[in-house]
Structure formats: C-alpha cells, structure tokens
Design a protein around this ligand. Structure first.
Ligand code: NDP
Ligand code: GDR
Length: 357
C-alpha cells in the first residue's frame, strides 16, 4: 500500500463522483470508488480517467458494492483504509423517489447509517481517523420557510428522497457529536453539467435541443415549468466538498449561487442559443409532476464564502451554454453564433438512444 492520501467515494459513477475523482486525482490522491454491478457498463463518466490496475501508474480503483449491503461496505473500508470518505451514492431522482420510496430510503437514509456504522467500527479498531462528507441536498428545505435558505433554515422535506436526506443529515451530526467523527454535511443546491443524468430537467432540455436541431426529435414533454431552482456548475461544487474536509473543524455548509431561475427561464435561454422558440416544441405531460412540489429554492452561500473561501466560477447563462454546446457537440453539431468552446473542457455522456423519463 502506498503513502498517498486515499479517498473512498460512494456514487463514483454519478455526475459528482466523476468530477470529484478528477479533482482528487489532480490533488495527488489515490481514489477508490464503489460501483454497482450492472448488466451493461455504467462507468461512462469515469472511463477517461480509468487506468488498468495492473499498470503501476494506476491511482483509481473500483470495488463492487452497494449502500444497501453493509457487510460489503465494511470489507471495502478494511481493504482500502481511506482517510477521506465521500458519500455521494443515492437514488437521487426526486420524482422516482415517489415511485420507489422504500428503495430510495434504503439507499439514501439507511445507506448513510450503514456507512457511518462501518466507519465507527473501523476507526475504533484501527485508530485511523477518517473524515466523512455527506451529500446533503437543498431538497431538505422543501416547502418555503425562509428565503434565501441558509444553514439555520428549518427543513420541511417534501418527497421520500428529501426525507431520507434529512435523516442522513442528522445522523451525520449525531456521529460527529456522539463519537467525535470528523463529519461534514454539504447542503448542495442543484448543480448541473454535461454529465448530468439525462432525466433531470436541465439535461433533459439540452439533450432534447441537440436532438431537435439534428432532426431526431420534434417534441419535448415536461411537467411543472414554474418551479425555481438555484442552479450551479457541478465542477465548482465538488471543490466545495473537498474544502469542507480540509478545515480544522467539521461543520455544515450551504453551497449555492444565490440566484434562482424558473424552468421557463432555462428554456428561454437554452433554446435561444440555437435560435429556436421553446413554445413550439415543449408539451405538458402530467407524468412529470410530483405529488408534492418544491416551488422555489435559493441558497445563501455566505458561510461557505467566508469560511471555505469558496465561490462559484460559472454564471447561469454560461452553465446553460456549456450544456447546450456539449450536447450539440456529442451529435457532431455546433452552436450557431460563435463558438464558446467551453464544453470541450467537459465530457458529455450522451446515450442518444435512451428513452428520457
Ligand atoms: P447521480 O444520480 O448522478 O449519481 C448517483 C450515484 O449513486 C451513481 O454513481 C449511482 O450508481 C450511485 N448509486 C445509486 N444507488 C446506489 C446504491 N444503492 N448503492 C451505491 N451507489 C448507488 O447523482 P449526482 O452525482 O448528481 O449527486 C451525487 C449526490 O449528491 C447524491 O447523493 C445526490 O442525492 C446528492 N445531491 C445532488 C445534487 C445535484 O444537484 N446533483 C444536489 C444535492 C445533493 P449507478 O451509476 O450505478 O446508478
Ligand atoms: P430536482 O431536479 O428535483 O430539483 O432534484 P430535477 O431536475 O429533477 O427537477 C427540477 C424541477 O424541474 C421540474 N420539472 C421536471 N423535472 C424533471 N426531472 N423532468 C421533467 O420533465 C420536468 N418538468 C418540470 C421539477 O418538477 C422540479 O421542480 C435535483 C436532484 O439532483 C436531487 O438529487 C438533488 O438533491 C436536488 O436536485 C438538489
């Protein structure tokens, strides 16, 4: 085993897991990720940083496991001996959590508890001090109690997913206070990128735009267009996760841009980049409504700015442009008016034949 700092990630195959892995590798870490066995490959987002483990230069290693399987989590901890653990794994789709509440709660809430228990025993047995990051969500704020939302704003979760995240949040604090674990909660507002899952609204829109321009699609079915979200760029947000674990004391932080925009504003801007009028393409489908909606989220990142020195680097129009451009590029197309080339910094994982939820 090398002397490099070792990090373990759940959710390494997801949007954030891929950016965080890139970031940690750049910082010189050895990165270990837990992946689920699936019938087809699910590693598209990290294939570009994967090196065959037989090669001496390999610093990224993958282990089969699942947040619903506590025994395996314990075994992986013993094998890897990490000093930093990032718990990003989750059934992370809010709408799907209404269809599949028990599994969502098992992976998100119980999964966090299983991992915390494994860390408690591992620390006790080995004496190795671990730093733990919990991927909390602005969805925990749910129904509006205060605007903008900050660390002290009361939670009012409105979905099985959000309820499970509130449980994970409080267990993380509980392990910090009960066992002295260096554990931090990030309360991250929506963050997007060309690697965003294809069924979240931003990516669903930008992917559809590329397909419309390519003549592969002529309608886009969406649900509630009036909700407002505080959207940032995923790459900025994984940096904040890491910063939390580098502080002298563990704490909880809101990570957000401080701006909010409606789905309609996103549509205006995104279709505008290809000179199209979204109203000609977007149709309503009630399938995409949630039994209870979160109407408006807007975060106050003052604490993160002051204590972590963290700031978002990408504006809302830049984010939309990066995403539209990346989806166009994936189909061999370009933005019509001048090229920003911002998306070339990024890799879109585009499964163009997949059916959007
Ligand atoms: P994604 O949905 O892109 O990725 C989720 C990851 O979790 C995938 O690697 C997935 O694996 C893995 N996963 C799913 N179920 C399990 C399970 N039972 N056991 C182990 N791993 C599992 O999410 P993001 O990258 O966008 O988000 C990362 C984390 O941050 C999540 O916990 C999410 O809830 C939270 N979050 C996200 C925000 C956002 O705006 N993106 C905002 C706030 C919080 P597979 O690839 O096999 O499906
Ligand atoms: P969210 O993201 O629920 O905020 O959770 P999503 O992009 O799914 O929804 C945002 C808003 O868009 C509305 N909407 C639609 N949403 C989807 N997915 N599909 C549609 O067709 C559609 N039409 C309208 C939704 O009703 C909602 O108001 C994301 C996830 O990443 C969570 O894991 C994370 O915790 C939060 O962000 C912060």
């Amino acid at each position: 085993m090398t002397n490099r700092k070792r990090a373990l990630l759940t959710g390494i195959t997801g949007q954030d897991g891929s950016y965080l892995s890139e970031f940690l590798l750049e910082q010189g870490y050895e990165v270990h990720g837990i992946i689920r066995r699936t019938s087809t490959f699910n590693t598209d987002r990290i294939d570009h940083i994967y090196v065959d483990p037989h090669n001496e230069s390999a610093r990224l290693f993958l282990h089969y496991g699942d947040l619903t399987d506590g025994v395996t989590l314990r075994r992986i901890l013993e094998e890897v001996q990490p000093v930093e653990i990032f718990n990003l794994g989750a059934q992370s789709h809010v709408r799907v959590s209404f269809d599949s509440p028990e599994y969502t709660v098992d992976s998100v809430a119980m999964g966090t508890l299983r991992l915390l228990e494994a860390i408690r025993d591992y620390q006790h047995r080995t004496g190795i001090q671990v730093r733990f990051y919990q991927a909390g969500s602005s969805e925990m704020f749910g129904k509006v109690q205060e605007i903008p939302q900050k660390e002290t704003t009361p939670f009012y979760p409105r979905s099985p997913y959000a309820c499970a995240k509130v449980y994970g949040h409080w267990q993380t604090i509980n392990y910090r206070e009960s066992y002295g674990l260096f554990a931090c909660n990030g309360i991250l507002f929506n963050h997007e990128s060309p690697r965003r899952g294809e069924t979240f609204v931003t990516r669903k829109i930008t992917r559809a735009i590329a397909r419309i321009v390519a003549g592969k699609q002529n309608k886009l079915y969406l649900g509630n267009l009036d909700s407002k979200r505080d959207w940032g760029y995923a790459k900025d947000y994984v940096r904040a996760m890491w910063l939390m674990l580098q502080q002298d004391q563990p704490d909880d932080y809101v990570i957000a841009t401080g701006e909010t925009h409606s789905i309609k504003e996103f549509l205006d801007l995104a279709f505008g980049f290809v000179n199209l009028d979204w109203q000609k393409y977007v149709e309503f489908d009630e399938r995409y409504l949630r039994p209870a909606e979160v109407d408006i989220l807007i975060g106050d990142p003052t604490k993160a700015k002051q204590k972590l020195g963290w700031e978002p680097s990408v504006t809302f129009p830049e984010l939309v442009e990066i995403m539209v451009e990346a989806d166009l590029q994936a189909l061999g197309l370009e933005l019509p008016n001048g090229h920003s080339h911002k998306a070339t910094r990024d890799i879109a994982t585009v499964r163009q034949d997949a059916v959007a939820m």
